[in-house]
Design a protein around this ligand. Sequence first.
Ligand code: COA
Length: 384
Amino acid sequence: MPETSGQGRATGWCTVRAVSQATTDFRPGLEGVVAVETEIAEPDREGGVLRYRGIDITELVGRYPYENVWGLLVDDNLDSVMPAPEPHEPAGLTGNAPADLQAETARLAGLWTLGKLNEISDEQAREDLGRLSAQMMGIVARSARIADGHTEVIGTDVVARGTTAAEKFLLQWRGEADPRAVKAIDTYWICTAEHGLNASTFTARVAASTGADCGAALSAAVGALSGPLHGGAPAYVKPMLEEVTAMGDPEKWVSDTLDAGKRIMGFGHRIYRAEDPRSRILKETARELGSPQIEIAERLEAAALAELERRHPERPLKTNVEYYSALVLDVAQIPPPLAPAMFACSRVAGWSAHILEQKRTGRLFRPSARYIGPGARSLDDPDA
Ligand code: COA
């Protein structure tokens, strides 16, 4: 790459460097840049298929519960399961689930004296990740319970009655687990358990590449997931559908929204150029579980797809995982603000698998930044 240093153009405070030659290898957002090789998941960009360790996720849903899918992703073994959560008393939960999860996951590293990834064995790291994954679901359930206004904690004997991770989660949160809600959460968690090198997984791998402990790596990933462009879109979908229902005209709503320069949540994806396979599965699940918003969601989807294609013929903007996730989570009566934390619960599998893979094959991440600021100048320079 041509070196730009010393080719600055002096314009007083606005001294800038010549960068025209140097833009070819810079990809904003790292789009299309291959940063790691992975054996964990393969989002088939053109074909609209997502495979975990070679297995199409449509084969997994309804056949294996989430905790076995965790085992498939982390250990490449469907008979290996995420462990049950051990008794633990989280400190100072606020009811803001993503913030609680991020803080408490980091705190567990200290409480459990977790070792640094570059100093512990792969087996030890796998054990740490299993304990943390199970506990992270419990933290979200406890935080959601506080947000509901309940201060008393559900007993461990009640939680232990659950036969799956989704059932235990609901028991810990509400003290009861409706089978439709269990199915909704289990399907959602399987569909969103892993998806290659997205922002949060990349964050987890970057932290792991420094030799940080598993708690720090998972906590960092939670922070990256909490923004609306990655894990938070379902939180916006339900209010959006309510607005469209009140207005009664999906086509007009779409035009007005796009004319105002806003994005329609639940559409577009960095990877998929075809249909997002997870959206297909979740749409079927929403229908099967009797989502009351399925009809308006389908009408809005049709209007949005048509208008997005008209305005962006150069870029396929299809329904993504988060659109129908919102409906499935709504069946389980998950309040929209809890959506990012629900996403984090499912993604503990993918993050754990990537942290282990990073530990085994990785190298410290250290990309470059091209400096495009002012050229060298002195405080004594009269123009400076
Ligand atoms: N609604 C309206 N316009 C959209 C859009 C959406 N959901 N997604 C992308 N676009 C438009 C952008 O405005 C941009 O238009 P411009 O070139 O005229 O400025 C163009 O498409 C490219 O956008 P860009 O942000 O570069 O695309 P991306 O592939 O990097 O974006 C997302 C991927 C997911 C961040 C983006 O599609 C988005 O913001 N979607 C809504 C949030 C969402 O659903 N997130 C969950 C993702 S699983």
